[in-house]
Design a protein around this ligand. Structure first.
Ligand code: GLY
Length: 386
């Protein structure tokens, strides 16, 4: 007998309104359910995805304290047997040693290919669990319950999974799509404000890269989003997920358009690298300042209305994100070192740097004609040392 696994869970009766965004990838399509108080109802959403009432949860030591119990209770309520593995919180866990531990534990738990592993956490847990699922028994199913704003709008969607290599971040990984994503607005309430702001930068990115009307909406409603007004944050997350889902559906493996999702990343990664990928500059903060530079550089090239560049900078600054070089780390950067770091970017193709540049808010493109000679005076004018 063939077992049918429902991949489109219905909303539980009497539950608060939630939105469903579909990532359309043929037989690998899946839903992102976005709303309030969803973690407590996770059993309802997850049960139809399972071929047998058994699952495992991979989370980290921080999320383990705040949200694991709620998920375990929800699974108990739906009669789903479960076991949990807690990984030390932090980027340092995104390595081969942890990956091996996770795979060994999953095998000990006798997880089979058709079982569905739960990733409960932020980007580190999503990437590690997703990569473990990609290679366990040559490919096992998994679902994401992202607990950070950044993971809800970016890393939990689209199937990029990875660990870090000694030569750089996310260099070893696989494309492996989840079977489901559950984005609960209430779990965001335990996030430190700085992390929430860093996640908000990725929301602004969707407006800046392809949706001017959404950027306009964020200018008016951004403070409500960051205050976690449920309706506003759910709208911002859903709109971001819709934007990413549409791009991933058209270009899953980043042959072209998906690279636009890296707006702000080539500049941003250089600052992350020079500040040591740590507390001095969070990834979302680097993306915020990277977007400021991408728009300012586009204006400097005469391609983008300077007023659009100024609007973006002003909105990010109003949201407490770094919008000038003085606000990044200790503010002291060598222009040549920044250019050198940009040359190591993953988007480099045949030795050429690739930047996401803008014709205006909501209108971006991939530029392959940016030279170190053009960047040097621009970066110096922005405050870098000659
Ligand atoms: N975070 C960019 C992407 O998923 O393509």
């Amino acid at each position: 007998m063939t077992q049918t696994i429902n991949t489109s869970p219905a909303q539980p009766a009497g539950s608060p309104a939630s939105e469903i965004v579909r990532v359309a990838l043929g037989t690998r399509s899946y839903d992102i359910v976005i709303g309030a108080d969803l973690l407590a109802q996770a059993g309802h959403y997850i049960a139809p995805l399972l071929p047998r009432p058994k699952t495992v949860i991979i989370t980290d030591t921080n999320v383990g304290e705040t949200h694991l119990k709620t998920l375990q209770t929800a699974l108990d309520g739906a009669g789903i047997e479960h076991a949990s593995l807690l990984v030390p919180a932090g980027e340092a866990s995104k390595n081969f040693a942890q990956l091996e531990k996770i795979c060994d534990w999953l095998l000990e738990q006798k997880i089979e290919r058709e079982d569905c592993i739960i990733a409960l956490g932020g980007g580190v847990i999503g990437d590690l669990t997703g990569f473990a699922a990609a290679i366990l028994r040559r490919g096992t199913r998994f679902l994401q319950i992202p607990t950070t704003l950044l993971a809800q709008v970016d890393s939990s969607i689209g199937g990029k999974t990875a660990v870090n290599a000694s030569l750089g971040k996310n260099l070893i990984g696989a494309f492996h799509q989840p079977d489901f994503v559950l984005a609960d607005m209430d779990v965001l309430k335990t996030l430190p404000p700085r992390e929430l702001r860093a996640g908000y930068a990725e929301i602004v990115k969707y407006g800046a890269l392809g949706d001017r009307a959404f950027f306009d909406w964020l200018e008016t409603n951004g403070q409500k989003v960051m205050a976690l007004d449920t309706k506003s944050v759910a709208h911002a997350v859903a709109q971001s997920c819709r934007a990413k889902a549409a791009i991933v559906a058209r270009d899953e493996r980043e042959a072209g358009e998906r690279a636009l999702l890296n707006l702000g990343h080539t500049f941003g990664h250089a600052f992350e690298k020079l500040t040591g990928y740590g507390e001095a500059l969070l990834h979302g903060e680097a993306v915020a300042y990277g977007m400021v530079l991408a728009f300012a550089f586009s204006a400097h090239r005469g391609e983008c209305d300077p007023q659009d560049a100024t609007r973006l900078q002003a909105h990010l600054a109003a949201c407490g994100l770094p919008a000038s070089m003085a606000q990044v780390g200790n503010g002291a950067f060598d222009a040549q070192a920044l250019i050198e770091a940009m040359g190591q970017d993953k988007k480099v193709k045949a030795g050429k740097m690739r930047f996401i540049l803008a014709r205006g808010l909501g209108d971006t493109y991939i530029a392959e004609d940016v030279t170190p000679e053009a960047l040097l005076p621009f970066l110096i004018a922005q405050g870098a040392r000659a």
